[in-house]
Ligand binder design. Structure first.
Ligand SMILES: [Zn+2]
Length: 74
């Protein structure tokens, strides 16, 4: 995977965190319920989430793969 900004090879790893994460168009309140066109990536009240992800530390850019998320909208 190449960085969309500087085009150099990105380092593969994972984006790991806890509870909820969503791609949103505008900042929501903390419930993070997705609106049309938005994507709820993880919703684990008590667990971790883990996504395959690539990082460019030069540009401070992360790309993540959410292909296995069945319940996404948009
Ligand atoms: Zn880059």
């Amino acid at each position: 995977m190449n960085c969309p900004q500087c085009n150099s090879e990105m380092e593969q790893g994972f984006l790991q965190g806890r509870q909820r994460v969503a791609w949103v168009k505008k900042r929501h309140n903390f419930t993070l319920l997705p609106k049309p066109g938005e994507i709820l990536l993880a919703n684990n009240a008590f667990g971790d989430f883990l996504f395959p992800a690539w990082i460019c530390k030069q540009c401070r850019m992360i790309l993540l793969d959410y292909a296995d998320k069945a319940d996404c909208k948009g």
